[in-house]
Design a protein around this ligand. Structure first.
Ligand code: GCW
Length: 851
């Protein structure tokens, strides 16, 4: 009987309606509260009439019914015609006149535009038309309607017309057919597994729905580091299956290709873009792709970059390469995206004139005018590579006769990889709103990529998404705001960060004002906070550039060919990119922008070390010296994350328990990681510059006891690489079966949180146990149970941080809260290694309980 009951439970639990695992993201359609619900229920229709039976329009109808039911509790009935009830009519602009429902679109809608308009036929009850310029735009209109409903913004008289800023609103996915995702942090691929398409594509369907709600209309389904198998005849049915699932959502498939495909899978001797055989091969191959996927949106290519082959193999230009594929796409209406991310990663770092930031402009500027009209140059938002702070890429301003798209990275490669919360919209906005001043003032990046500045028809917004099979898509609930924000900006780049996050928070967590205020504030500050503890002043992300792009490693960027140099030495730091004395990068901007950047005093502090090499003692615009700014910002950043944890805790009971706990855990991790970053970067600059911290913090850590100074049984000293990622002189590790480190509390008696900083590498699952306080005291000193049980704890180091070494990525912490300690009490940690994971320890730190 017992077994039966527990079996039943196992089956029932996952089916519990409303499990808040984050999968529904911003489309939860949670019921509105009280009065808002009554108000909304009075405005929604009784029936929905659908004009035509195109799949996106039917999806739109189902979505409308589902959304209204969730938000207001009312059931809307599908009907064949308008009757004597309140009705919503859904259809394309063209379908309305023929249906004679009493509504016509009037002024035509452009592109993917939609209209949501109230109307009345004779004395019939009020009706609403949701009309789209094309099928998928009906979906966009319905999602807009439901967004209003959820946000409590629906009114009785609706007059909304909306058109996207640009035709290209695409995502790129860096997915491999084996199911892995390059720079993906939300689990394995929703598309691929074991070399082929997955049998179950329900997640793709769910994803298509999320994308349609944002107006995203294209999606590349394989890595730009492309596997040529995607262009083989045998593979086409697999692509067609994915396209078939996305099509009803108005999302068209895009393919990434390998430029050597004519040779690798076509059996030709060459892939020279000017060779007639190659021209012919591309044409035939793309014709064949269109027989399987007739609405393929286009192709994306990464060439001559990071080891990918390209036209340089035959001394051909990027335009030669782009046009050969673009011409094959042209008869089918396909668009070709050539990535502007072309640079040499074997540059000589000794030559102070070399500069990776110049690469995109140097590669493409002279080719302006040579690209066919269905070619887009896809440009990363900054000149390097998604670093925490970069200026707008000068290439945006350099091309006048060429279509451009901005590439924004949604997946948080350099932004904590799903383990840190960083809302990227404010950063993207800074680039989109940046005035390149290429046609006088008023030529912002968003206008240029929308094609408005030079009248180029085919441009837009491309986001690298890389969601995975994790229930919440990203491995971090808060990261969903980046996909949401990307989609909203791609539709309307004039929206503010505040508007976007406010919508997202309400749709995702509901409209409790305390929740909205807390989450909005946290998200809106998060980029600055992250920058403060990972790389302020335009230093770029001070991470392990040649490795995992996750942990701190200040010098990893230096003395190698990758060109992400900051050139810090004992006197100063920063890349001199001036025209006068540096690499000349600044000349790539319009004279008006260059004038600002060329002058140290005029350059904003945020970018100053990206553009200038300065002594540590240089006074910034803020009035602080460079080095003091570095110290201060790192402390500010780490303090801010600790503050988020406290803020989040005030939301207990206001956010569902499941997401509350997951986000708390994520923020607590982030708070610890920010301390690792803070200490590492501040100590590195302290040691290198020899200049003390005016506030006396760097090098002095109250309450901290280094493991190497503890009483050790079995534990032996170990090096942390880079040195700055380990506190004190380094760490200790256990190469025996079991080891013990004993620390002695020498401070005052009181209640403390005991923080154990240890290393969790990904090669095993070492175990730790901790005993804090005096043995035998617990019984008498604990009327309060939690304190009594809090004196001991065990945990396993089984997180999968992206490293095998003791470094900034594996350094993490365990906190035993609220422990009573008196002078002389011991804190004993026992470590049990697991294979190559050596139960390593960095330090123990005690802080006032609840701090
Ligand atoms: O940021 C770098 C990433 C690579 C990526 C490359 C690119 C797909 O580290 O993983 O390759 O950019 O954008 O092509």
């Amino acid at each position: 009987m017992r077994t039966l009951i527990s079996l039943a439970l196992v089956i029932i639990v996952p089916a519990v309606a409303g499990a808040e695992d984050g999968h529904a993201a911003w489309l939860r359609y949670a019921p509105l509260d009280g009065a808002a619900r009554t108000r909304a229920a009075a405005l929604v229709p009784d029936t929905v009439v659908t004009l035509g039976d195109a799949a996106p329009v039917l999806k739109a109808r189902d979505e409308l019914i589902r959304g209204i039911r969730g938000i207001t509790g009312r059931d809307v009935r599908p009907a064949d015609a308008m009757g004597n009830e309140r009705t919503i009519v859904l259809g394309t602009a063209a379908s309305f006149p023929a249906a004679s429902v009493g509504y016509t679109i009037g002024q035509p809608l452009g592109r993917d535009g939609y209209a949501i308009e109230s109307f009345r036929r004779g004395s019939a009850p009020p009706a609403v038309a949701i009309a789209g310029e094309r099928d998928r735009a009906v979906l966009y209109g319905v999602f807009a309607y439901l967004r209003r409903l959820s946000l409590g913004q629906l009114t009785a008289d609706l007059r909304e017309r909306s058109e996207p800023a640009a035709p290209v609103r695409w995502l790129n996915h860096w997915e491999n057919v084996d199911g892995t995702i390059e720079r993906g942090y939300g689990g394995r691929s929703i598309f691929w597994e074991g070399g082929k398409v997955r049998d179950d594509l329900r997640l793709v369907d769910d994803y298509g729905r999320l994308l349609a709600s944002l107006g995203i209309n294209g999606l590349s389904i394989n890595n730009v580091n492309a596997n040529p198998v995607f262009l083989t005849r045998e593979f086409l049915p697999q692509i067609a299956r994915v396209a078939g699932v996305l099509r009803p959502w108005g999302v068209q498939v895009v393919l990434s290709v390998d430029f050597a495909s004519p040779q690798k899978v076509g059996g030709l001797q060459t892939y020279d873009p000017l060779d007639p055989g190659v021209v012919d091969w591309w044409k035939k191959t793309i014709d064949t792709v269109y027989t399987s996927v007739p609405d393929l949106a286009g192709i994306v290519l990464k060439a001559d970059s990071e080891g990918r082959v390209g036209p340089s193999a035959y001394k051909r230009t990027h335009a030669d390469a782009a046009n050969v594929i673009a011409r094959a796409l042209k008869p089918h209406g396909g668009v070709f995206c050539y990535r502007g991310f072309v640079y040499d990663h074997r540059m000589d770092w000794r030559n102070l004139e070399n500069d990776r930031a110049r690469a995109a402009y140097d590669n493409f500027k002279s080719l302006d005018g040579q690209f066919d009209d269905n070619v887009i140059i896809q440009i990363k938002h900054g000149p390097i590579d998604f670093q925490v702070r970069e200026p707008a890429s000068p290439l945006f301003g350099a091309l006048q006769k060429t279509n451009e798209a901005i590439e924004l990275q949604i997946t948080q490669e350099y932004f904590g990889q799903g383990r840190h919360t960083v809302f990227l919209v404010p950063m993207w906005k800074e680039t989109l709103d940046f005035d390149m001043q290429v046609k006088g003032p008023g030529t912002t990046v968003k206008q240029i990529v929308s094609g408005r500045t030079w009248g180029n028809p085919t441009g837009g917004f491309i986001g690298v998404s890389n969601v995975g099979r994790d229930p919440n898509w990203f491995g971090n609930h808060m990261s969903q705001a980046n996909l949401y924000g990307f989609g909203r900006l791609a539709w309307n780049p004039d929206l503010t960060s505040k508007e976007i996050i406010d919508e997202w928070t309400r749709l995702t967590f509901g409209s409790d004002p305390r929740v909205v205020e807390t989450v909005d504030a946290l998200q809106l500050s998060s980029w600055r906070v992250f920058e403060n503890y990972t790389g302020p002043l335009g230093l770029q992300t001070l991470t392990d550039i040649v490795g995992n792009h996750f942990g701190v490693s200040v010098e990893a960027s230096e003395r190698n060919g990758w060109g992400q140099w900051h050139r810090a030495d004992e006197k100063g730091v920063g890349m001199d990119r001036t025209v006068a004395t540096g690499t000349g990068y600044i000349k790539q901007y319009s004279p008006a922008v260059a004038k600002v950047y060329e002058s140290v005093d005029a350059t904003p502090d945020d970018l100053v070390l990206f553009l200038h090499h300065l002594p540590y003692t240089h006074k910034l615009r803020s009035g602080k010296t460079v080095v003091q700014f570095i110290y201060d910002s790192h402390y500010d950043g780490a303090d801010a994350v600790a503050g988020w944890v406290r803020d989040w805790k005030t939301l207990e009971g206001r956010v569902d328990a499941e997401r509350y706990a997951a986000i708390l855990k994520q923020l607590e991790y982030q708070a610890g990681a920010a301390v690792v970053w803070r200490d590492a970067v501040a100590r590195w600059f302290h040691r290198t510059s020899g200049i003390p911290d005016a506030a006396g913090r760097v090098g002095t850590y109250p309450g901290r006891m280094e493991a190497e100074a503890a009483t050790l049984e079995g534990y032996v000293p170990a090096q942390v690489t880079p040195w700055e990622a380990g506190s004190g002189e380094g760490a200790v590790e256990c190469k025996a079966q079991k080891c013990t480190a004993t620390f002695r509390h020498s401070g005052q008696a009181g209640r403390y949180d005991v923080i154990v900083q240890y290393f969790d590498v990904n090669t095993g699952a070492a175990r730790y146990s901790l005993r804090a306080g005096t043995a035998g005291r617990s019984a008498s000193a604990a009327p309060d149970q939690s304190a009594a049980s809090a004196r001991q704890a065990q945990w396993t180091a089984d997180d999968r941080f992206p490293t095998r070494r003791l470094d900034g990525a594996s350094s993490t912490r365990f906190i035993l809260p609220d422990v009573a300690l008196k002078p002389g009490d011991s804190i004993v940690i026992e470590g049990t290694p697991d294979g190559a994971e050596t139960a390593a320890l960095d330090y123990v730190e005690i802080r006032k309980a609840g701090g």
